[in-house]
Design a protein. Structure first.
Length: 188
């Protein structure tokens, strides 16, 4: 009888990674399918470079496979993946030694999006670029990756209060940056 891997919990899937090769391969594929979109979106948002994000994204899952242990029962798998991605993104930024600018936002805009929505998305993306790295990271983890405040604290190595504060301050700064533009757009 074939196993329904998709119905298994993360803990069950992780425990299978060190077993039978066919089961391990399928378990890894299911974990990849579950979390690849949030990890990739995070990498793109943080690096601002699609090619660099793709490299980091692939490295994240390679490192995950190398580091994951079958006895990691209490490990938050999405948090563990995001922590790996975060460290790789920070290393890439450190290696680059200058600010990343996002020139192209077409990746995030669907084909049917109208001009005002494109303009607003462009403004939001540019406002993210203006945030301090700590605030941008917390905001991206919360709003784009869907992590809880507890997971943000775990991934970034800060307290729960600091995680909440960084997300709140990031939102406040984005609002203050966007406010004049939003007024202009609404008057059109």
């Amino acid at each position: 009888m074939a196993k329904n891997f998709r119905s298994l919990s993360d803990v069950e899937l992780v425990s299978m990674l060190s077993g039978d090769k066919a089961d391990a391969s399928e378990a890894f594929r299911v974990l990849y399918d579950r979390y690849s979109s949030i990890v990739h979106a995070y990498c793109v948002r943080v690096t601002g470079d699609e090619d660099k994000a793709d490299d980091i994204f692939q490295d994240t899952f390679i490192k995950f496979y190398q580091k994951v242990q079958p006895d990691m029962e209490n490990t938050n798998i999405p948090g563990f993946l995001m922590k790996i991605a975060r460290n790789l993104c920070l290393n890439a930024k450190r290696d680059k030694k200058n600010t990343v600018e996002i020139d192209e936002v077409d990746y995030y805009v669907s084909i049917g999006t109208n001009y005002e929505q494109k303009e607003l998305l462009d403004l939001i993306t540019r406002s993210l670029d203006l945030l301090e790295d700590d605030y941008r990271e917390a905001f991206v983890l919360r709003e784009y990756s869907g992590l809880s405040y507890e997971e943000i604290a775990e991934v970034t190595g800060i307290s729960l209060g600091n995680a909440k504060s960084r997300v709140f301050r990031a939102k406040q700064k984005i609002k203050s940056i966007l406010n004049p533009y939003l007024k202009d757009i609404s008057m059109k």
